[in-house]
Design a protein around this ligand. Structure first.
Ligand code: ATP
Ligand code: MG
Length: 554
């Protein structure tokens, strides 16, 4: 990671500064705790940059821990993708990957400790009854008839749970805390439930699984986490986090701090919703370039540096907010403007024939790869009698503001000659099929000598040497800024979120590597798709250019 990525400041870093200053902690240990039930999205990137970024900047450590207590929804496919995405973002976790399931034996023992202390009991009310008995914000809960069983009885029943003696939903273990608490999470929360499910790490060893609130705090403590950072919806759960650690024998007291989730306009950010898009085939998998997933952004052409920069720009606060897509787009645009090689592609081709240019001639022109970075070198681009230009770069008539090719006028072809449109050919429907031009052989790399001013420059691709390519133009996935607020978010999908066009690219792009960004001059930033390989060259539009033409055009 470059030095240029300066340290951000936020309320969590201020807390850490204090903790280090007054000796509460000698070093910092954070963790990123995804549940392996889906692919990571840009919201997770915020948490990753926060947790790993803190560890980096304070010379501390950050664990990658899979919070794997819901075996039915989890899968090793997700475990692998998450490891891959975290590495790709440029972060290294401390030591081996951790799993909450590593601690299932210890968690069981801690549950036994709570039972022995009279602080947990085996419940035999149904899940519906438990909900009913729990009360509401205005009404206290009422005790279950099983609440006052003896520790001995509870120990035996808990063991029976573990040994498969109860069906799912027949029994669970609950903490005995406070049925009248204003924090509903403290009204005897469930700590363990019965699930006869094969676990991706522990196989069929267990038929009882600990709940998140019980597991997370203990996993943090066992790993020596100092600052446990999570999103605001866990604010109330902090009471339970502390209660569990206060009531078991463990010699580490991590502290939980909450920050606001990232919400992005025109997309959804919950794994459940993203999964639905995948399962219902509304997108082409988790890594569809329109998805807000890390793998989707990657396939779209985002770089790790741009995503880290985005996380830096949005900052970390306790304020709920909705970030404009433009913020994310400007991060990748800035990166690619600086670092992407330039190339030429024509998306909506119309043919140009240069009538005074030899039909067998192929000139190899050397074009710089980056206007401000000579160190990026140059490439050879073949120039021929027949070329493609953008249909939109030609007009039969136009006013002076139009700086492209006009019938009877001149324009410069990028890195090549000045051409003049002499006449056009049209098909039966009146569409232009060919623009017959002449070229001025004396204008390669210099202005016409008689003082003719040629202001416009347009891009082009040789019609005989260029390579056909499929160009995939992406737009926002949804038509409304907050699809999650709709009764059915899938009804808000943008039918034009993917437009596929067939165009031509300069031959140098035939050897482009997937995910490497190019600026297709005057069009936008593109990269070769990493999946649709083998057939025609397929490029994904990462993001458009700033629309510089808008001002001059009209
Ligand atoms: P989702 O609601 O998208 O399914 P989650 O919270 O269930 O996400 P986890 O796998 O539990 O997903 O998340 C791992 C970590 O990433 C947690 O600490 C969580 O708080 C954080 N995280 C998840 N979504 C966001 C987000 N939108 N912004 C910031 N952090 C997030
Ligand atoms: Mg979660």
């Amino acid at each position: 990671m470059s030095e240029a990525e300066a340290r951000p400041s936020n309320f969590i870093r201020q807390i850490i500064d204090k903790d280090l200053e007054n000796g509460t902690h000698a070093s910092v240990h954070t963790r990123f705790p995804p549940e392996p039930n889906g692919y990571l999205h840009i919201g997770h990137a915020k948490s990753i940059c926060l947790n790993f970024g803190i560890a980096q900047d304070y010379q501390g450590q950050c664990n990658l821990r899979f919070d794997d207590t819901n075996p039915e929804k989890e899968d090793v496919e997700y475990v692998e993708s998450i490891k891959n995405d975290v590495s790709w973002l440029g972060f290294e976790w401390q030591g081996e990957v951790c799993y909450s399931s590593n601690y299932f034996d210890k968690l069981y023992d801690y549950a036994v400790e709570l039972i022995e202390k009279g602080l947990a009991y085996v419940e035999e009310l149904s899940p519906e009854q438990i909900r009913e008995y729990r009360g509401t914000l205005t009404q206290p809960g009422k005790p279950s008839p099983y609440r006052d069983r003896t520790a001995e009885e509870n120990l035996e029943l808990f063991k029976k749970m573990r040994d498969g003696g109860f069906k799912e939903g027949e029994a669970c273990l609950r903490a005995k805390i406070d049925l009248a608490s204003s924090f509903i999470v403290l009204r005897d929360p469930v700590l363990y439930r019965v699930r006869f499910a094969e676990h991706h790490q522990t196989g069929d060893k267990w038929c009882i699984y600990p709940m998140y609130d019980f597991t997370h705090c203990i996993s943090d403590a066992l790993e020596g986490i100092t600052h446990s950072l999570c999103t605001l919806e866990f604010q109330d759960n902090r009471r339970l986090y502390d209660w569990v650690l206060d009531n078991i024998t463990i010699d580490c007291q991590p502290r939980q701090y909450e920050f606001s989730r990232l919400n992005l306009e025109y997309t959804v950010m919950s794994k459940r919703k993203l999964n639905q898009l995948v399962v219902d085939n509304l997108v082409d998998g988790w890594d569809d370039p329109r998805m807000p997933t890390i793998s989707g952004l990657r396939r779209r052409g985002f770089t790790p540096a741009a995503i880290r920069e985005f996380c830096k720009r949005i900052g970390v606060t306790k304020q709920e907010n909705m970030i404009e897509m433009g913020v994310l787009e400007s991060c990748i645009r800035d990166d690619l403007n600086e670092n992407a090689a330039r190339a030429m592609a024509v998306l909506d081709p119309v043919k140009v024939i240069i009538e005074n240019y030899d039909s067998d001639k192929v000139e190899s022109l050397s074009l710089v790869n980056h206007p401000n970075k000579p160190e990026m070198g140059s490439r050879e681009v073949p120039f021929t009698r027949e070329l493609w230009i953008e249909r939109d770069d030609f007009r039969e008539e136009a006013n002076k503001k139009y700086k492209r090719l006009v019938l009877g006028k001149e324009v410069r072809l990028r890195g090549a000659y000045v051409i003049k449109a002499e006449r056009i050919e049209k098909d039966a429907d009146g569409n232009i099929t060919t623009i017959i031009c002449s070229y001025d052989a004396d204008t390669l790399g210099k202005n016409p000598e008689d003082g003719r001013k040629v202001k416009g420059v347009i891009h082009w691709v040789s019609a005989t040497k260029g390579v056909p390519a499929e160009l995939r133009l992406y737009d926002r996935l949804f038509t409304v800024a907050n699809p999650a607020a709709e009764s059915d978010f899938t009804h808000m999908l943008n039918p034009e979120s993917l437009v596929v066009v067939n165009g031509f690219v300069e031959p140098s792009l035939a050897t482009a590597e997937p995910e490497v960004g190019y600026q297709f001059e005057r069009i936008g930033y593109f990269c070769l798709d990493s999946k649709l390989t083998g057939g025609m060259l397929t490029f994904n539009r990462t993001v458009g250019l700033r629309d510089t033409w808008a001002k001059i055009d009209n």
